[in-house]
Ligand binder design. Structure first.
Ligand SMILES: Cc1ncc(COP(=O)(O)O)c(C=O)c1O
Length: 382
């Protein structure tokens, strides 16, 4: 028998809920992907490049034209001038970028602070590097950093802190004040950051995303990760990027080179073309997704679910205690899927130690209007 290096890992809840949704014919508001396609011009551009022979390996660091577009976007959004050559690396998805950044930094015995609830890829990636995750729960009900708990969790072994803003699953945003406070806390320490900003363009109600890219001090020790999948409605393309100062990028690229070598060539060409022709696309995303959030939430107001509208991401949390307080959230997710035809994600799976009496499920609102309306109707009938 092989001895597992990840003995505690089974099939992820995202796969399980999507499978169950298919099995019982439920509307799938569980896994985080749109049920609509990316922009037609983007799909056409990729098809064009497939047919014009752009089908061999891309450069290891990513197609220069795409890295150039990312640099332009970063300058426009965050006012930072980054070098497309030495600071931007295109990866096959944000998950791979995060994995590579963790392998770059973490040695046996190192500690990595993650904030719970946290995205599920962080911990196994740290485990595989021989490190250990130290889980710091975000405060309730606002999913903010508890600064005292964070300070208490830092030890001489702490090598990395993983940030995620806008935050999956809560939609909470880190503010400039949070980043300043973090900078103060780690200033004198040898601690690096991964800033998972895959939902960077999905912020609502006029809020602005405070990227680590816009924070001079923190950026010097950071790997900032994003995903074209989220920003261009093409999660299945698994194409992302990581931005880091040259010395960090050099080390990350050594790992990336032997994990995948490069991302998918025609996707990179298509994205580069589309970004050059449609630089406004990302600034249209807040209104696009806020309309979906509000369509769903306006209707959900008529239900027994209780919620505060998400500040960012394409996820909406809702408290179901007025409906089935007797069920924990995993049982509730199954019940909603099987009995009411709407698949959701329980949020306890994002915790090392789920909070007692947590009665929250996560809905993904990256869906067509008709899907959201139908789902809300079903949920209002409960
Ligand atoms: C917080 C967070 N980070 C990373 C990812 C992964 O992005 P990608 O599909 O580009 O690997 C996701 C996708 O759900 C996510 O929610």
């Amino acid at each position: 028998m092989i001895t597992s290096k990840l003995p505690n890992i089974g099939t992820t809840i995202f796969t399980r809920m999507s499978q169950l949704a298919n099995e019982v014919g439920a509307l799938n508001l569980s896994q985080g992907f749109p049920d609509f396609d990316g922009p037609q011009a983007l799909l056409d551009a990729v098809a064009r490049h497939v047919h014009s022979g752009h089908n061999q390996y891309a450069p290891m660091t990513g197609l220069p034209a795409l890295r150039e577009q990312v640099a332009l976007k970063i300058a426009a959004c965050y006012g930072r001038s980054v070098s497309a050559d030495s600071e931007i690396t295109i990866t096959p998805g944000a998950t791979q970028a995060i994995f590579c950044a963790i392998q770059t930094l973490i040695r046996a015995g190192d500690e990595v602070i993650v904030f719970d609830p946290s995205y599920d890829s962080y911990e196994p990636s740290v485990d595989l590097a021989g490190g250990r995750c130290v889980h710091v729960p975000l405060s309730q009900p606002d999913f903010a950093i508890d600064w005292q708990r964070l300070a208490d969790a830092i030890t001489p072994r702490t090598r990395l802190i993983i940030l995620n803003s806008p935050h999956n699953p809560s939609g909470a945003l880190l503010t400039r004040r949070d980043l300043d406070q973090l900078a103060e806390l780690i200033r004198a320490r040898d601690i690096y950051l991964i800033s998972d900003e895959v939902y960077e363009h999905l912020v609502f109600d006029g809020a602005k995303h405070d990227s680590v890219l816009a924070h001079e001090e923190l950026y010097q020790r950071a790997f900032v990760v994003s995903s074209f999948g989220k920003s261009y409605h093409v999660t299945g393309w698994k194409t992302g990027y990581v931005v880091a100062p040259p010395a960090l990028s050099t080390e990350l690229r050594k790992v990336h080179q032997y994990v995948s070598f490069c991302g998918v060539t025609p996707l990179q060409w298509g994205l580069a073309d589309f970004m050059a022709a449609n630089p406004q696309h990302v600034s249209e995303l807040p209104a696009f997704y806020q309309a979906k959030r509000d369509l769903f939430c306006d209707r959900l107001e008529q239900s027994k679910f209780r919620f505060t509208r998400a500040a960012g991401t394409f996820f909406q949390l809702a408290d179901y205690s007025a409906i089935r307080d007797d069920l924990d959230d995993v049982a509730m997710a199954e019940w909603l899927t099987r009995e009411h035809g709407v698949a959701v994600i329980p949020i306890s799976v994002f915790y090392q130690e789920p909070l007692k009496n947590l009665r929250l499920v996560r809905f993904c609102f990256a869906k067509r209007e008709e899907t959201l309306i139908q789902a809300a109707e079903k949920l209002c009938r409960i």
